[in-house]
Write a protein that binds this ligand. Sequence first.
Ligand code: KIV
Length: 271
Amino acid sequence: MSVESKVKRVTTRVLSEMKLKGEKISALTAYDYSLAKIIDHAGIDLIIVGDSASNVMAGNETTLPITLDQMIYHASSVVRAVQRALVAVDLPFGSYQGDSKEALASAIRVMKETSADAVKMEGGVEIIESVTRVLSAGIPVMGHLGLTPQSIHKFGTYAVRAREQQEIDKLLSDARLLEQAGCFAIVLEKIPARVGALVARELTIPLIGIGAGGGVDGQVLVIHDMLGINREFSPRFLRRYRDLFSEINSAVESYIRDVKDGDFPNESEQY
Ligand code: KIV
């Protein structure tokens, strides 16, 4: 029997056993109670309350504007819905990079006010002091390397990362550093598949990819993208499982027609 099919609650230890046994980890983002309830019911292993909420929930161009209070609001809504999956919450831009004391205070707020299982932080050596301090308080940390959207203004592009040897070397050394510090997993975003596979082979902790190829230990997608609610984002790595934009649009058109025609509500739909 697989590790994940017998667990009632996914923990960091379960994820690490899954890597050991070669069982792939399924992950999605969520930001609200209703969708989190559905994806947890479907059996997802890991839910990331991503700061991509800034894009798909609030309509911002980047992830930078979202605040710690807003992340806490999204995360606590998700946690209330979830019974099985491990829930990790992004620390937003500006809440951990410059000062490890502030990083710890932000992580403690997330853990206390949302009851989530872990926090996620973007970057390697540049933020290692913050990562170490948060871990030393007993808070599980997930890393995030490759394309790190909180640094978009530094890179200036959402293009594939780690194509050149120098960047591959840095990625590998950052991943090793995060593992040595005690991170329980790392998200690898938008890097060549061969680099994703290389990092996954080198590390003992699970590597969860988004646009990092099939050689990593698990996959994550943004829920609004994979359901086709958000149609404005079509990178090569995205598989759309539904076209909910069209389905919701057509349902709303039918509703509008029924209201205008006086067909809704009918006799059985009123008191
Ligand atoms: O913010 C986000 O949605 C993420 C995912 C790529 C995991 O970081």
